[in-house]
Design a protein around this ligand. Structure first.
Ligand SMILES: CC(C)(COP(=O)(O)OP(=O)(O)OC[C@H]1O[C@@H](n2cnc3c(N)ncnc32)[C@H](O)[C@@H]1OP(=O)(O)O)[C@@H](O)C(=O)NCCC(=O)NCCS
Length: 423
């Protein structure tokens, strides 16, 4: 009896031991049996709940998050996000997660790769990151059949730039002074990995020339308006002909109506229809937050208070102090007459002088030559191109990208008010 009991106990212990062994493999064996995304010193696997305790190494946030918070984020957000996949960059020697690779949708069929490694690992971390890039970018493009992968890369990481070159990535744009690092500003480079199969099929996008319209000349910045009486109702910025005020729910119905009447098809991938409720929701989203990443203004005529367009700051990054600018004049009568540039100058003053941003960028479809001409007259300079971002007319479309530094905008000549309003 006692021997039978002791034998049962001992076999139970053995089974438990076996279970523990299969749940927690010996350190350094986690990559065994994996047939791809395995390099010399690291391998990639999907992020799991067990990675929560090392969130500061791989999550890429610059503020503190406890393991409990990261675990909640993994369950509530990461696992439900259909637009991005998170991979852990794991050190082969001991199976410690040292960083992450996020592959997210970049619009159309393109994907954006964001690589993060534990900043405390210094140059060792950068080497892991470079190895991860060389594993994942060709896999995404060649095996996952994506036409294009895009990566934003700080210009002060030569190891990463060399790795991008080794796998044939092209540097297509440079956003000057975009990143704040150690009290200095660092440029951000854009690298693209293009699929050789798609290159064969639709040709090399770098041979597609950018058409330019307009004078290409920056115009003086209008001086500040001195108001005789009260400002227009709820105005935030006032110019000579237009003013900016917060978007109101009624504006959404107005925009939706004009979108149904749209005649131009060149400034986006065709025409769009918006629902008033949807537009009201996203246009006012930023109004609920103290430091909104989306800042939207309605542009109104001073003489009639008529709502004619909108200007916005997208993806405002208060840490690096940059944002992307956007403009949309839903009333076609107010396109091509300088209203967009006047409103944009008010937005630039708001962005640089009130929010204290350091740099701005703007992305424009190649065929939207009017918007590109307007940006040049507003003082932006070309930062390069982003190829193949969206499908359009049987091919993949290119974007021309621009940037503008606060220091450049401040150094631009100021106009006198008797200068022609639109020139
Ligand atoms: C983009 C937009 C905000 C620009 O504002 P705007 O008031 O039209 O711009 P401006 O009149 O100040 O400048 C337009 C420039 O384009 C040129 N231009 C005017 N009409 C044009 C046309 N149909 N095609 C090409 N270029 C044109 C003008 O010559 C001018 O350049 P120049 O003064 O150096 O000669 C406005 O046109 C608009 O809302 N367009 C529809 C939405 C859109 O394209 N949004 C931007 C998406 S990136």
């Amino acid at each position: 009896m006692s021997s039978a009991k002791s034998s049962a106990t001992s076999s139970a212990t053995t089974a438990e031991d076996k279970t523990e062994t299969s749940a927690a493999p010996e350190p350094g064996t986690g990559h065994q049996g994996q047939t791809f995304l395995v390099g010399d010193t690291i391998y990639l696997r999907r992020i799991e709940l067990a990675d929560a305790p090392l969130g500061m190494s791989w999550r890429g946030v610059r503020y503190p998050q406890s393991p409990e918070r990261v675990e909640t984020w993994i369950k509530e957000e990461m696992a439900k996000d259909r637009n991005a996949a998170w991979y852990g960059i794991v050190r082969k020697a001991d199976d410690r997660v040292v960083g992450s690779a996020r592959v997210g949708r970049a619009g159309g069929m393109a994907v954006i790769l964001t690589l993060t490694v534990d900043p405390l690992l210094g140059d060792r971390g950068l080497a892991f990151k470079a190895e991860a890039l060389k594993l994942i970018a060709p896999w995404v493009v060649e095996e996952q059949n994506r036409p294009m992968l895009i990566m934003h890369q700080a210009a002060d990481e030569p190891v990463m730039i060399a790795a991008a070159g080794e796998i044939g990535m092209r540097q297509t744009a440079r956003f000057r002074e975009k990143i704040a690092r150690d009290s200095e500003r660092v440029d951000e480079l854009v690298f693209q990995q293009l699929s050789p199969r798609w290159l064969d099929r639709i040709g090399d996008p770098d041979t597609v020339a950018l058409e330019r319209t307009g004078t290409g000349q920056p115009r003086p910045v209008p001086p500040k308006v001195t108001l005789d009486g009260d400002p227009p109702k709820n105005a935030a910025m006032v110019g000579k002909r237009v003013y900016l005020r917060p978007f109101e729910p009624g504006d959404a119905a107005e925009e939706a109506t004009w979108l149904r009447r749209e005649q131009e098809t060149f400034f986006d991938i065709g025409r769009h229809l918006w629902s008033s409720i949807g537009a009201a929701q996203w246009r006012t989203e930023g109004q609920k937050k103290p430091l909104p990443s989306y800042v939207n203004f309605s542009v109104c005529l001073r003489e009639s208070d008529e709502f004619i367009g909108s200007v916005d700051l997208i993806g405002v990054d208060y840490w690096n102090r940059y944002a992307e600018t956007g403009s949309f004049f839903h009333r076609p009568a107010y396109r091509g007459g300088g209203y967009g540039s006047e409103a944009k100058q008010l937005l630039l003053e708001y962005a640089f002088e009130i929010l204290g941003l350091h740099s701005l960028q703007s992305w424009v479809y190649f065929q939207n030559t009017r918007s590109a001409a307007a940006l040049r007259k507003q003082g932006y300079t070309e930062a390069g191109r982003i190829n193949w971002l969206y499908p359009n007319k049987g091919t993949l479309d290119n974007f021309v990208v621009f940037d503008l530094l606060a220091s450049e905008w401040r150094a631009m000549p100021r106009a006198a008010w008797d200068a022609p309003a639109s020139s």
